[in-house]
Design a protein around this ligand. Structure first.
Ligand SMILES: Cc1ncc(COP(=O)(O)O)c(C=O)c1O
Length: 373
């Protein structure tokens, strides 16, 4: 039923995923159970390949990307690694439409790190924070801003250029959460030049949970002293001299104990699959199906919460369901017809990806029409 699968904002699917994932896990089982000493060389090599795949997506240089369990953990590591006092007495700027987990984290860290959290609000009734409002709130006392490239509840995509230019003007560090749309829409940590980026692999990249990623600019890395450190944070993890800990000069300083390689191994087949795809064709497919959904929403008078302009949109189309139609019921009714969607409040989230077809969109429209009319 994958032709009517609309959950790429949550879990991405690609042809052959089950086979590839099972193969990767079976290979791990064999390697890990062998009566030899090949385990670490093998799995750390695969983890390195996973990191290199992400470097490709982000256009990040060697030694600037490492693994974390998720976005929240990667962002926490960055925040707590900044030079002591960098954020003290200053503001951290974030939009009200950021991924809530990042907001929960920031709210909880404010006291310990001595910053004030400044959340740019939504305008009355709006689904996303306007770029203009974010820029207006960006004052010289902002020590760090977290940008959400694409919002998970509206699919609004910010204009990164002016945001990063503002960061430079105000002397703020600037990081970007690229989870929604990384792998679908081209992104480059150097254009414009950001200080850090966080993402994870299970959405448009079609990987698994646990495969989060942190990029830190090579200019910032030397100033970072990650709190959670251990033998793998060192230049040589096998330095056993407890009086001579030294941070690796590159992103490896953000590693700590034995790397949790499983999620990287499980996600690597998806990353390899993605690397072999025509990226422009993946995006064109998403754009064509998104346009089909938007046309139908217009015809059904379902308010579009995502920007109409594809240049301001991620990969999803978010629609507001009328109050008389509880979203949970709509999602369940669609599910009963083999159509996979989800909702946040009364926002129906529709993300067509590589497995979704035009016929799948037609089925979605045919199923929605009698409910909405
Ligand atoms: C914008 C955005 N950031 C982050 C995440 C995930 O964060 P975490 O990996 O910490 O669960 C999501 C998941 O939906 C997201 O949409």
């Amino acid at each position: 039923m994958s032709e009517a699968y609309f959950l790429y904002h949550s879990i991405g699917q690609y042809p052959g995923k089950a086979r590839d994932l099972a193969g990767a896990m079976a290979e791990f089982a064999m390697v890990w159970s062998a009566g030899d000493d090949g385990q670490w060389g093998h799995v750390l090599g695969l983890r390195g390949r996973f990191i290199d795949r992400w470097r490709g997506i982000l256009n990040a240089g060697p030694g600037t990307v490492t693994t974390f369990e998720n976005v929240t953990a990667g962002f926490h590591a960055l925040l707590t690694a900044l030079p002591p006092g960098h954020l003290r007495g200053r503001k951290v700027l974030v939009g009200a439409d950021c991924f809530p987990s990042n907001h929960f984290l920031l709210n909880g860290m404010a006291e310990a790190l001595g910053f004030t959290l400044k959340t740019v609000p939504l305008r009355q009734g709006a689904a996303y924070v306007e770029d203009e409002d974010f820029l207006d709130a960006w004052t010289p006392d902002v020590g760090l801003a977290l940008l959400t490239w694409v919002s998970s509840t509206s699919s609004h995509r910010i204009a990164l250029g002016p945001m990063v230019a503002r960061a430079r003007q105000m002397g703020s560090l600037v990081g970007v959460d690229v989870t929604q749309a990384a792998g679908l829409i081209p992104f480059d940590v150097h254009a414009p030049e950001v200080d850090f980026a966080v993402t994870t692999s299970l959405k448009w990249m079609c990987g698994t949970p646990g495969a989060g990623v942190l990029y830190v600019s090579p200019r910032l890395i030397p100033h970072c002293h990650p709190q959670l450190r251990g033998w793998f944070s060192q230049t040589n993890p096998f330095n056993w001299d407890i009086t001579r800990f030294d941070y690796a000069p590159d992103i490896r300083r953000f590693d700590n104990g034995t790397p949790a390689v499983m999620a990287a191994l499980a996600s690597l087949p998806a990353m390899d699959w993605h690397a072999g795809q025509d990226k422009a064709a993946l995006l064109a497919h998403n754009r064509a199906l998104s346009a089909q959904v938007i046309d139908a929403a217009d015809a059904l008078n379902l308010p579009l919460l995502s920007p109409r302009d594809p240049a301001k949109r991620g990969g999803s189309v978010m629609l507001r369901l009328p109050e008389r139609l509880p979203a949970g019921g709509v999602v369940a009714a669609l599910r009963a017809q083999g159509i996979s969607t989800d909702a946040r409040g009364q926002t129906l989230r529709l993300s067509p990806g590589v497995m979704t077809t035009a016929a799948g969109v037609e089925r979605l429209i045919a199923a929605l029409t009698p409910m909405v009319r």
